[in-house]
Design a protein. Structure first.
Length: 41
């Protein structure tokens, strides 16, 4: 077994949360702009 420092899983968790939040924000922005285009037409 390779001993993993305790801070590594925590940093991976924060990275995962940050990426998920950014991806969700990008998806929301994309959907919002798509809805605005549909409303204009």
């Amino acid at each position: 077994m390779v001993k993993i420092p305790s801070f590594l899983p925590l940093s991976f968790y924060y990275l995962h949360v940050y990426c998920t939040r950014e991806c969700a924000r990008a998806c929301v922005m994309r959907i919002t702009s798509f809805n605005q285009k549909m409303n204009i037409d």
